[in-house]
Structure formats: structure tokens, C-alpha cells
Design a protein around this ligand. Sequence first.
Ligand code: ATP
Length: 439
Amino acid sequence: MRGVLDTPSGCGFLNCRRIPGVRKKRVPLANFLAPLRGGKGERVNTLSISDLDLSGKRVFMRVDFNVPLADGKITDDMRIEAALPSIRYVLEKHGRLILASHLGRPKGKPEPKYSLRPVATRLTELLGKPVQFAPDCVGAEVERLVSNLKDGDVLLLENLRFHAEEEKNDPAFARQLAALCDVYINDAFGAAHRAHASTAGIVSYVRQAAAGFLMQKEIEALSHALTKAERPYVAIVGGAKISDKIELIENFINMANTILIGGAMAYTFFRAKGLETGKSLVEVDKIGVAKQLMTKASQRDVLIELPVDHVVALSLDSTDAVVMSIQNTPPDRMGLDIGPETVRRYSEIIRQAKTIVWNGPMGVFENPSFAQGTFAVARAVAEANAFSVVGGGDSAAAVARAGVESRITHVSTGGGASLEFLSGQKLPGLEALTDATTF
Ligand code: ATP
């Protein structure tokens, strides 16, 4: 059976965590699209992990364990936690689990600082059972460890990107990975926008390839925002550069009622309107693009809202923050956060929304002097009675730091992948599953 989604037991709702005293926002998965959807929201035909017979099988699961590390310690294990439903499911079904991931950018050769060993330790704690660690992801030693696996055992392979062949999607390397397993599961949504050996190439050499629960949950939530959105639909776009998000904004112009702009990219829009922006970050070569986006939006009756006031300072790390109106930006100051009047206006628009999609912080939220705008928007999104999706690594971090993560319908684990998907692009990792031969 193809294309039928299921969820692991006890996880029938997106974001089922609960905070005492806080209105619980549960969004039944049944409200979403049952079949997986491609980049334009079209139905794609793929196997689900729950379609597979896993008992006694060697199961190769591509996960996204690309976690932040400091001094060899994991500083945020959200991505490991997010993979647990699929991992536990395979173990409950008596599969022999082989986990594979990349970590960082080791440039195709082993680099100890990018070893996945700390992840094996953390996963052992989370699962309450030993997770073996392989010193490589291919080769004789890995084959020996795999052949010794018993039903319900877990083996984590060393970083896939210690081999340059991974990112080159090298067929021989993909075949070596495939030879380790009987079935393949892709649960690495965060790597789905890359056509690498472990996300795309491998699928040609396995008998069955299926989407894991995290992959399904991500695609369902993002597809909902693309195809089933209730109106008013509010998109919030911030971050450093307009150039990274042109396609995203174009896609929102086709879908949203209002687009709230924040972050440095607002200044390229201001320049397009002929305003002075002081030392604020502007992409001069994208001023024309900003003009075109504003014209397109007005032709479609979509409101592009820009900040009316902002927090300015001499530099990114200064503590001399001052609030002022956009019109009065002094030549020696840069805008680093949206101001309180903008927060009030944006919060009111967000409060009325039924669908909210947010990508990119409203300011330099890493510095507490410029974090208030982003945190206030995070609270407004959390309080709205809406289907809310946050995508983007920095935006997800900002939502977590604002302490409202559990009140957002879906916080995506994939920065680039969610951006590309919401921009209407196809994800090679998902498309590969669609093409997989089965049974
Ligand atoms: P990621 O790219 O990690 O997925 P994201 O899409 O959520 O994250 P980005 O577009 O990368 O966000 O932008 C985040 C960066 O933009 C942050 O480092 C933030 O400091 C920076 N930024 C936001 N506002 C400004 C501003 N006014 N001036 C300069 N930098 C800014």
C-alpha cells in the first residue's frame, strides 16, 4: 500500500506537549492532507514507515543529527528528540536499526570535531538502551558490526560527510550504503533539500524506501500552509538578506493576505521606496527586486507591511540602542530590531490571522538589546488562534529562546529544507522516495 500516512502511537497530534496554565493548541493530523505533498503541494506517491515489515530486517534510517556542539557537548538536542518516534517504532517492530547522519561541514574527510560519537551517548540516554557506534559509515568494520546486530539493536554510523562521495551523490558510495540494509527510511527532513548519496542516490539500490514519521509530519505541516491555509493568511519574513528569500516572498504573494517584513531585509525595501537607511544592512543590487515584489503584491491585493519604527545603534554589538521612527534614521546608525509601534501593529495583524508562517528573525536577536521585537512577535504568534508554522534555524532558535515553542503548531527542524519547500521547490530527498521501486 502506498501513500497512506500513519503516526506512531501517542503522537497523533502535531505539537502534543502541554504547558500548565496555557491554552492547549492541538491540531489533529487528520485535519491535514493524508498523502505526502511535493513542493507545489501536489500529491506524491510514497511509502510510509508504517507500511513496512521491519521485523528482523536491517533498517537503514537517514536521520538529521546535525546538532550544535560546543567543546564536544551537544547544546541543543531538538533534532535527536525529533527522530525518536521513528527510532522507537523500528525498535518496537524488532528491526535492526542502522542510523546515519551528517554533522557539520567536514569537507569530505574525517575531522574529530565533527564526529557523531557524542550523539551516540545522548541517544543511549534518551532511549535507555545502548547505542553502538561505528567508526565509519562504510567498510569492512561497519559490515561486521551490522552483521552482528540482533533484532531491536541500534548502531549509529560515523559522519557520512567524512566521505566526499556523500555530497557528490556518488553511485558507488550509495550502493555501499544500500548494501548494509534490507529497507531504507528517510527521516532527515533537514537534509531533504540535498541530493546526496544517503538522501537520494541510495534509493536506487534498495528494495523499499519509505518516509519516517518526522519527514511525514514536516511535509504535512508545511503542505497545510501551502495548500489548505485558512484565511487571513499572514506570512512573516525576516532575517539578514532579501536575496535568500526572494522565491519565498514571491510564493507568499501568491498565497498570503499580508506579508510582515522585519530584519535587515526591510532596509532594502525602504531603499526601494526612496528612504534613507543610515548604515543599516542593504543589498543594493536587490533594490530593484524589492520594487518588483512590492508591485506584484499590490497587483494581487497582498499587503506588504514594513516597520514604522526601529531600534538603532552604532554597531551590531553596541549597547547604545535607541528607538526612533524609520524616517529619522541618522546616517551613522544602523537599524537592528523592529520598534514597539511596529510590534503593536504586527501583533494586531497576527492576532487576527488563521494561518501564520514565519521565517527569519525581526532583528539581531542574538544580542539582548535587539531581541525584543523578535520575542514579541514570537509571543504574538504563540497567542494567535491560528495554524502556525515556524521555519528556519534562527527563527526556530528565537522561538525557543522566547519560551513559546510548545504553543506554535509546528516548528520545523529544517532551515534550508523548509525554506525551499515553502518557496515551492521540490525536495530531492522526498522526490527520491516518490520514485522508489517497491515490493
Ligand atoms: P537559517 O538561515 O539559520 O535557517 P533564518 O532563515 O531563520 O535562519 P536568516 O535569514 O539566516 O534566518 O537570518 C538570521 C540572521 O539575520 C540573524 O543572525 C540576525 O542577527 C540577522 N539579522 C536580523 N535582523 C538584522 C538587522 N536588522 N541587521 C543585521 N542583521 C540582522
